[in-house]
Ligand binder design. Structure first.
Ligand code: GLA
Length: 384
């Protein structure tokens, strides 16, 4: 009797564990934070298939692909109406979706698409409400590799407490569609999504409302991520929103802060500028090898704030080889010296410091390293 009870208990446990893993994120799809481009921050609703092709051309030829950028993602405003069978059709700006995805694939890149669990997207285009299975199958048929699923008008038809089930539903539909598709949850951090995003199949989840191309907005979002680091790791990432680097609303030092902070946060790196008309300065920020390597480090740890004195902050991210990436950030209004005390990193020996933006060894240091950091700027070093 006791033996049978034990067997039943074990069976129940096995089924529970199997179910949990059958529905959880496919982490093999995003062992490091996804990198690529998304149309929204620059093109918003004006985006056309030609803009997307031009982005793919640029990534494939300008060094971004070599730096790790792979996803070419269409955001909102591609949708037309549904045919008599309920199949979603693209609008006239996207006359041949399959052809576009094939083109992206022909460049050795991957393609992303966008929808909402609600009846309408945030820009009031057709949503997936009531058509989840059909849409997932359509995305797979077109060949998409990534879906951003944006809450938007779902707010009108569901309760916030339905959110997990709603996101789970599309994940299950994607699994049934049979194509590996990175699943990006976009619901602005509601309901503390970091606690359950991975369990409903999310490979990444937005932690905030939208970024914009101003230092104030970018920095509030970025520096506010402290504390979310326990929830990120290989396969499932916190997403503080897409990059604004190169969109023109911030100066060089501010974009350096943006990129330095995002790589320390192990954030998805989705460029949001017009890649076909980018300055060398912007490209250099997006593709700096040693900086991107911090984001893509195999250990997959999200960095955190280790020290703060007023507007001067020090953030650290442990890396796979035992070294630590450290960002020294000046949120103040004038140039200031900032120090990282090695004790704050748990290091008590002499260390070697390397400047990652400059690719320059700075030598050996005891106890601390101090550097002048411009207003709104950042220095990113690796401590070994
Ligand atoms: C929301 C999202 C943005 C973008 C727009 C599109 O605001 O947070 O990233 O996708 O919708 O309408």
């Amino acid at each position: 009797m006791a033996g049978r009870l034990m067997k039943t208990k074990l069976l129940v446990l096995f089924v529970a564990v199997a179910l949990r893993y059958a529905t959880a994120a496919d982490s093999t799809l995003s062992m490091t934070p996804p990198m690529g481009w998304n149309s929204w921050n620059h093109f918003a609703c004006k985006v056309t298939a030609d803009d997307v092709r031009a982005a793919a051309d640029a990534i494939a030829s300008n060094g971004m692909k070599a730096a790790g950028y792979v996803y070419v993602n269409i955001d909102d405003c591609w949708q037309g109406d549904r045919d008599e069978h309920g199949n979603i059709r693209p609008n006239t700006k996207f006359p041949d979706m399959k052809g576009l995805v094939d083109y992206i694939h022909s460049k050795g890149l991957k393609a992303g698409i966008y929808s909402t669990p609600g009846p309408k997207t945030c820009a009031k285009y057709e949503g997936s409400y009531g058509h989840e299975e059909q849409d997932a199958k359509q995305y797979a048929d077109w060949g998409f590799d990534y879906l951003k699923y944006d809450w938007c008008s779902a707010e009108k038809v569901y309760k916030r407490s339905d959110m997990q089930a709603v996101y789970q539903k599309m994940h299950d539909a994607l699994v049934r569609a049979g194509r590996p598709i990175v699943y990006s949850l976009c619901q602005y951090g509601y309901e503390r999504v970091w606690r359950w995003g991975a369990s409903v199949g999310g490979n990444l989840w937005r932690t905030t409302e939208d970024i914009d191309d101003h230092y104030d907005r970018m920095s509030v979002i970025g520096f506010d991520q402290d504390g979310l680091e326990p929830f990120a790791g290989p396969g499932h990432w916190n997403d503080p929103d897409m990059l604004e680097v190169g969109n023109g609303g911030m100066n060089h030092d501010e974009y350096v802060t943006h990129m330095s902070l995002w790589v320390l946060l192990a954030a998805p790196l989705l460029a949001g500028n017009d890649l076909s008309k980018m300055s060398q300065e912007t490209l250099d920020i997006l593709t700096n090898k040693e900086v991107v390597a911090v984001d893509q480090d195999a250990k997959g740890v999200q960095g955190r704030r280790v020290a703060q004195e007023g507007p001067l902050e020090v953030w650290a991210k442990p890396l796979a080889d035992g070294s630590v990436a450290v960002g020294l950030f000046n949120r103040g209004e004038s140039t200031n010296p900032i120090s990282v005390k090695f004790a704050d990193l748990g290091i008590r020996s002499t260390v070697h410091v390397r400047d990652l933006w400059q690719h320059k060894d700075l030598g050996a240091f005891n106890e601390s390293y101090t550097v002048e950091v411009p207003k709104h700027g950042a220095v990113l070093v690796r401590i070994q």
